[in-house]
Every structure is written in C-alpha cells, then in structure tokens.
Design a protein around this ligand. Structure first.
Ligand SMILES: [Zn+2]
Length: 174
C-alpha cells in the first residue's frame, strides 16, 4: 500500500502497489497513479462528473424558471386582453353569470320597448326595441365566449405552472 494525495480534491488515499487507476472516494474524480522517478502522485483523468452534472442541473433550473416567468407573462397579457369594463368603469374578469345578467336586462328591455312601441306607434319604431334586444343578445354571445376563453386560459396557465414548478423541484432534488 502507498499513501497518495488526490489531485482533484487533496484527500489522502491509500492505494495498492499495483493499482494504476482509481476513483477518489471523496470527489469521485477518476485518477491515474503516476509513478515518477522522484515521487508517486495522482493525475485527474476525468473532470468531476458530479460537479458538471450539478452545473447542468442549475442551468436546467434557470431555463425552467425562465419558462415559468414567460408563461406567467403571457397569461397576464392574455388576461388583460380579456378583462371586461364594468358599468362603473372598472375592469373585471369576465364571468358567464355576469354576462347573462348584464345582457338579459338589455334583451328583456328591448322586447318590452318593442311591445310598448308597437302598441303606441305605427311604422318601423318597434324595430328599435328589437334592435336593442339583438345588441343585448350579441353581447351575451360575446360575453359567454370571452368568459369561456378566460376560464380555459386560466386553467391552462395553472396547468403549465404546476408542471414547470414540479420540474424545477425535481431538478433541484437531483
Ligand atoms: Zn478527490
């Protein structure tokens, strides 16, 4: 047995006399035992695989975190584009029930107006009431499609988020 020093990390190693190659128990470097005329020493053959694995892992984590930020940013932009303006001027997330309530008033109001105008006037005036109803109905359709786009977008965003966070945690645990 001879005493040697790991060229990778400096740990003391005990090596059999005829050993030429070994792996350091501490830093896992692959070492070659070099027997010179003056002294026997070790030479690192392979760079520390674990360290490079770790660096690759860190890069992967950074990449995933960038993906997460991008996904959040994209959803926020989409969210802003889908917000609806309420009657007091504020912006709200579109909801199916909200658009039904909002549009129903216009649809019913238009019908009542049409009936009222057809009883009290002649000519095309009752059509204004129906026009009002039509606008209400179109609002309802666009409101419902907006709210479903909003719901889909939000759940897709959550899914992507959870998946990325899961991947980041897995990568960190390695
Ligand atoms: Zn070592």
């Amino acid at each position: 047995m001879i005493k040697l020093c790991c060229n990778g990390c400096g740990s003391d190693l005990q090596v059999g006399d005829d050993v030429r190659f070994l792996t350091c128990n501490y830093c896992h470097s692959k070492l070659e035992v070099v027997r010179d005329v003056t002294a026997t020493h070790t030479r690192v053959l392979e760079k520390l695989e674990r360290a490079t694995d770790r660096i690759a892992g860190n890069l992967k984590v950074i990449e995933l975190q960038n993906d997460l930020e991008r996904v959040d940013r994209e959803w926020e932009a989409r969210r802003q584009s889908l917000l609806v303006r309420g009657q007091n001027g504020g912006l709200y997330e579109p909801s199916a029930i909200g658009s039904v309530i909002g549009s129903l008033a216009a649809i019913l109001g238009g019908i009542v107006l049409a009936l009222f105008l057809s009883n009290n006037t002649v000519g095309y005036f009752p059509l204004f009431g129906l026009l009002f109803s039509c606008i209400g109905f179109m609002n309802l359709v666009s409101g419902l499609s907006k709210s479903s786009a909003f719901r889909d977008g939000r759940s897709r965003h959550r899914q992507q988020r959870e998946q990325l966070i899961g991947e980041i945690e897995r990568e960190r645990r390695r």
